[in-house]
Design a protein around this ligand. Structure first.
Ligand code: NFE
Ligand code: MG
Length: 569
């Protein structure tokens, strides 16, 4: 039995340690440890609920914007506010743009290097690379000279001994299977995607003032001056600028990202049988298409798929969410093994782990700063795969054909979706679907403004004196990485309790009181590891979830350092 610790896991946001036990070359058990505590919930106590989104949004700069949206939704729910049409559409545009930019960044900049051997790209024949690229897409940057230029740039990096963004990969590992030409093509698109994402996110600047952390939210709607005919407001010129950026976004998704995912996936089909995980999938649903915001109006549906059964979509009620700290560095009054609903949530940090640097943490009863969220007591997987499975099982008019198209292109059955490769493919499908949907929301906004409706916020409850003595609210949202909930209790015009239950907390959850593993832990069990000193297979499955620990453990240890440690113990 070999114990491997990967700490920190890189190409994620925040601080994650993964320990696995390997026997006969296969992972037998796994532990996910959030190694950082932040205490966002404590920071929010006692504040004005109208200000909460400004603080909550700072939980993360990767899934920028999402905590602002979940926060204003929770306070609007508590105060009984419905936002105007314009605000709903602006929020959909900000959130949808976030999906598209974030998913493309995840594939190229955070995940691709688990599948693409950058150093092998130096051996590629640029002419053969051009031929390969032209065979999968009519994207214009696919000539021999273009790929020769990229290869020269890469070679300068390698010869200088400073790989920059490509440092610390397991280059040359036998688990890399792409031919040099496919590796060169992917490296070229890695570099193009860097430029592309910087352009696309200007949409956030136009609608939200800046990125990360758009600044135009307000409880009751958006604080965006909007008037198609005013030179000093958000006007017709901005709408046409956004239309151009959305077209640019969609073009890259359709002609570069999706073809690349299919091309890379074709070499790794065995990963359609690995990393299956829990098999329970949760989606709160997202993108309200009517102002009531009710579940039935959501473009991506709310629901659950349980036990990999795609024949039934189960309902979702926020009341069924609870968190336990049986194996987390917190204490609950009345017992750590309870499942506490977020309105009754407690954040009492009590570190009881070993003093770093340590060899193992998994031999301790408590081993993470993440709480363990459960739905109806069950561990769940959240994220693009969960959303696409819930939509697929619901017979969604856009998602179903898109998923079927990918399955038939790869020649794999629907059961292949329950896997590491399934997560990568589902993220690409979702990006394609949302990139196609965004121009419609922009047209709706334009059409609504043309009717003369310039309402953007309901400020009827702006005065705290109009609030009840006590109000409870929840904001449910689908962030790029999955189901995000904020729960607030307002008492005497102040926040008396605030809890965030975040996508990477669901997925990165430690065990619960019954000893059931979280999604990452479960997905690692059964993974073959060719070389315990270079566990690229662990990274493939963990990265397929797109972890964000900044979100997941909402104190920084100045002594922890920043070295990468892979240890076989
Ligand atoms: Ni910081 Fe996040 C997203 C949220 S959590 S990335 O998407 O909420 O995984
Ligand atoms: Mg929390």
């Amino acid at each position: 039995m070999t114990r491997i610790a990967v700490d920190p896991v890189t190409r994620i946001e925040g601080h994650l340690r993964i320990e696995v036990e390997v026997e006969n070359g296969v992972v037998r058990d796994a532990w996910s440890t959030g190694t950082m505590f932040r205490g966002m919930e404590l920071i929010l106590k006692g504040r004005d609920p109208r200000d909460a989104w400004l603080f909550a949004q700072r939980a993360c700069g990767v899934c920028t914007t999402v905590h602002a949206l979940a926060s204003v939704r929770s306070v609007e729910n508590a105060l009984g506010l419905q936002i105007p049409t314009n605000a709903r559409l602006v929020r959909n545009l900000i959130a949808g743009t976030q999906y598209v930019q974030d998913h493309v960044i995840h594939f190229y900049h955070l995940h691709a290097l688990d599948w693409v051997d950058v150093v092998s790209a130096l051996k590629a024949d640029p002419a053969a690379t051009a031929k390969l690229a032209q065979s999968i897409s009519d994207w214009p940057n696919s000539g021999t000279d273009y790929f020769k230029g990229v290869q020269q740039k890469l070679s300068t990096f390698v010869q200088s001994g400073q790989l920059g963004p490509f440092a610390n990969g397991y280059w040359g590992h036998p688990a890399y299977r792409l031919p040099p030409e496919a590796n060169l093509m992917a490296v070229a698109h890695y570099l193009e995607a860097l430029d592309w994402q910087r352009q696309v996110i200007r949409i956030h600047a136009l609608l939200g003032g800046k990125n990360p952390h758009p600044q135009t939210y307000v409880v009751g709607g958006m604080a965006l001056a909007i008037d198609p005919n005013s030179p000093t407001a958000f006007n017709a010129r901005h709408i046409s600028e956004i239309a151009g950026l959305l077209a640019q976004a969609q073009d890259f998704v359709d002609r570069v990202y999706v073809p690349d995912v299919l091309a890379v996936a074709g070499f790794y089909k065995d990963w359609a049988g690995l990393g299956q995980g829990i098999g329970n999938y949760l989606s709160y649903g997202e993108f309200p298409e009517a102002d009531s915001g009710d579940a039935a109006t959501l473009y991506l549906p709310r629901g659950r798929v349980m036990g990999r059964d795609l024949s039934r979509v189960m309902p979702v009620d926020q009341a069924s969410v609870g968190e336990t700290v049986a194996h987390s560095w917190y204490e609950y009054s009345g017992g750590d093994g309870q499942l506490r609903h977020p309105w009754d949530g407690e954040t009492n940090p009590r570190y009881s782990g070993p003093t770093p640097p340590f060899q193992t943490v998994s031999d301790h009863d408590k081993y993470s700063w993440l709480k363990a969220p459960r739905f109806d007591g069950q561990p769940m997987e959240v994220g693009p795969l969960a959303r696409m499975l819930v939509a697929y099982a619901s017979g969604h008019g856009d998602v179903k054909p898109a998923v079927d198209g990918v399955l038939s292109a790869l020649g794999v059955p629907a059961t292949a979706l329950f896997s590491t490769l399934g997560r990568v493919a589902a993220r690409a499908v979702e990006t394609k679907v949302i990139a196609a949907q965004l121009p419609g929301w922009l047209s709706e906004l334009e059409a609504n403004l043309k009717t003369g409706d310039l309402a953007i916020a309901d400020v009827s409850k702006w005065e705290p004196s109009t609030w009840p003595a006590q109000a409870k609210g929840f904001g449910m949202e689908e962030a790029p990485r999955g189901s995000l909930g904020h729960w607030v209790i307002i008492e005497n015009e102040q926040i008396s309790n605030y809890q965030l239950v975040v996508p990477s907390t669901w997925n990165g959850s430690p065990r619960d009181a019954q000893g059931r593993r979280g999604a990452w832990e479960e997905a690692l069990v059964g993974t073959p590891i060719a070389d315990p000193a270079r566990p690229v297979e662990v990274l493939r499955t963990i990265h397929s979830f797109d972890p964000c620990m900044a979100c997941a453990v909402h104190v920084y240890d100045p002594d922890a350092g920043s070295s990468v440690e892979i240890r076989v113990v």
